[in-house]
Write a protein that binds this ligand. Structure first.
Ligand code: B12
Ligand code: SF4
Length: 549
């Protein structure tokens, strides 16, 4: 690859694709595919109790932090804002980051760059680059597959082996639930830490694994517990957080690194909370106490059907594991694939019920989706099972199958998926309630633990549970009484238990804050029924910046 003629003096714009996102339009936005993690694929059937928040585009933030060229990151622009940025500043390089669904927006953004900033070189990166033949779909100068920091450093003539600097990333923003937007308090939200990209497990459908090398491969930014600890300490002090969202596909798989991190946390008396992604077999490498000591407070774990034979689940009773985790105060977010090869209209309901019976705090459902670039996609293509008229904007796992399933039609795939979300909500109640349940169990088990780091962490959680969350329980109990008595009674029982632990403060907040929350919840239900959607704000952040003369 040639380096850019201006090397690291080139002026760089890195942009995510333009919004608004939660609407149907000709560029590939879909109302069913909002820019929200939970409301898109986890709590979307939970109405006003759905957890709503946005996450920044971390890939371009990482690249910006690791090059010395003057660089702007433009996140969640509108088309107008993107055009304005191109015309008010001169850029030698325009980098566009996208996933596959948004290829139509990349095409339009490339067109805009050619028109408004014709001297700029266009670099497109992120998962969109995995589409076979993407070079014929968009007008870009470089299409970057895989890890982007090293590519960009190479392109600018910088040292691609230099250590990775981690940007300060606030994990979620504009969090909203029950019609209330939570204040963006410094330190109030976890910081995102990205130790690696890719995953060596290599499940055949997995796009992140395939994109960064496939089975047996991944890119580690921080090899050791020491390196990770150093990054976390810096972020802790700069963002004033003690909670981290660890964005690593299978954090617990790397036991040596995790155990070294724990050693350092103990030495420095860090009472941190970690939210992690981990497969069941990786979790089983730890005792519950080790997980709790490490501060693991939230685990995102695949619950793929045991009949599917994915190696990460073999030999595990995942239902028992889920129960155990929750009993130790660790929230579990299950992830279930709907429409696996062995699913039929006769067994799918039973399989979904089995997944729901895990009673996780949160539950993500996704359609089995052959995504370009994965072994599964190639397999389907070889078998002639991929319709040729699919719009990539509809390949996101929350709509209908993008392939011909042996037993289930496209229409039915959507029905089963929607039913799974509904059924989980109906039988297990709002995720917020389930989360409160897990938090209370953790507190009851560990409030007198000899390790002050552990006590401190559960005490922090209890501050929320004994106040605002208890008021929320009061509202949920009330709202569910009319529509789902069973769930309402379970919430009532939990609320009583919370009030037994914290008789004064919990009752007081339920009585004072409860009615306000009830009002905002009902107002939100009305807004949602009238079609209200939410969009992330636009960000522009400049680094090494000097205005062009
Ligand atoms: C955070 C996240 C989101 C956030 C949004 C983030 C954002 N601002 O866009 C939310 C939760 C809203 C979201 C939504 C969706 N997401 Co998402 N998301 C992620 C997640 C968990 C982390 C992304 C991340 O930051 N990774 C870490 C960074 C460092 O890696 P990276 O982004 O890949 O960037 C690296 C390279 O790709 C490259 N690179 C990236 N951009 C650029 C740009 C240039 C110029 C260059 C040179 C290089 C480059 O360099 C970076 C450093 O190496 C990933 C899973 C994952 N582990 O990556 C899924 C993932 C990206 N999402 C995915 C999907 C499918 C979706 C949804 C369609 C899912 C759905 N139905 O809910 C929606 C789409 C919403 C929409 N309207 O666009 C898929 C993408 C699949 C694909 N092949 O396209 C992923 C991979 C999850 C998965 N395993 O299926 N997502
Ligand atoms: S374990 Fe998860 S992240 Fe790793 S390859 Fe399988 S699905 Fe992908």
């Amino acid at each position: 690859m040639e380096t850019h003629p201006k090397g690291n003096h080139a002026r760089i714009l890195l942009s995510s694709v333009f919004g608004p996102y939660a609407q149907d339009d000709e560029f590939g936005s879909r109302s069913i595919n909002p820019m929200e993690l939970y409301h898109n694929q986890v709590t979307r059937a939970q109405g006003s109790f759905s957890l709503r928040m946005f996450h920044r585009s971390w890939g371009i933030m990482m690249i910006q932090e690791n090059i010395s060229a003057p660089c702007s990151v433009l996140d969640f622009p509108t088309r107008k804002a993107f055009a304005r940025e191109l015309t008010t500043n001169h850029y030698d390089v325009v980098g566009i980051s996208s996933i596959i669904v948004n290829v139509g927006k990349v095409r339009e953004m490339c067109r805009m760059v050619r028109e408004l900033s014709p001297d700029s070189a266009i670099v497109v990166g992120g998962h969109v680059a995995a589409i076979p033949g993407v070079e014929h779909m968009i007008d870009a100068d470089h299409i970057v597959r895989g890890e982007g920091i090293s590519w960009m450093r190479r392109y600018l003539g910088e040292d691609e082996q230099a250590p990775i600097r981690h940007p300060n990333i606030v994990s979620g923003l504009e969090t909203r639930i029950m019609g209330i937007r939570l204040p963006n308090r410094k330190g109030g939200t976890a910081a995102t830490i990205i130790p690696s990209v890719g995953c060596p497990m290599g499940c055949n459908f997995c796009t992140t694994s395939a994109f960064f090398g496939g089975k047996g491969k991944f890119v580690n930014f921080y090899e050791t517990g020491d390196e990770l600890f150093e990054v976390m300490c810096r972020v802790e002090s700069e963002l004033r957080v003690n909670s981290f969202f660890v964005m690593d596909e299978n954090f617990l798989l790397h036991r040596t690194r995790a155990m070294r991190l724990l050693e350092l946390m103990k030495e420095a008396r860090k009472s941190w909370e970690l939210s992690v992604f981990a497969s069941a077999n990786a979790i089983r490498k730890y005792t519950m106490l080790e997980l709790v000591e490490l501060g693991v407070s939230w685990v995102w774990m695949g619950l793929e059907s045991p009949k599917a034979g994915y190696s990460k689940l073999q030999g595990n009773d995942v239902r028992q594991l889920t129960r155990e985790l929750r009993e130790h105060g660790i929230r579990v977010q299950g992830s279930t694939i709907v429409g696996l090869e062995h699913h039929t209209p006769d067994n799918i309901v039973e399989e979904i019920e089995a997944a729901i019976a895990h009673q996780t705090d949160f539950h993500q459902f996704m359609l089995y989706t052959p995504v370009p670039g994965t072994p599964l996609y190639q397999e389907m293509a070889d078998q002639g099972r991929l319709p040729t008229d699919m719009d990539p904007a509809d390949i996101h796992g929350q709509f209908k199958f993008n392939f011909r399933h042996a037993a289930i039609s496209r229409e039915d795939s959507k029905r089963f998926l929607d039913w799974a979300f509904w059924r989980d909500f109906e039988s297990n109640g709002p995720s917020l309630y389930r989360m409160c349940q897990t938090m209370l169990k953790g507190w009851q088990r560990y409030k007198d633990h000899p390790d002050p780091r552990i006590r401190e962490r559960f005490a922090r959680e209890m501050k929320k549970l004994s106040s605002a969350y208890n008021a929320a329980l009061w509202v949920m109990e009330k709202e569910f009484k009319k529509v789902n008595r069973g769930v309402s009674e379970r919430i009532h029982k939990l609320r009583r238990e919370v009030e037994k632990e914290f008789p004064v403060v919990a009752r007081l907040t339920a009585a004072s804050l409860g009615p306000i929350l009830l009002w905002s919840t009902r107002r939100e239900e009305k807004r949602l029924a009238a079609g209200r959607t939410y969009e992330p704000p636009t960000f522009i952040e400049r680094r090494n910046w000097v205005s062009a003369t």
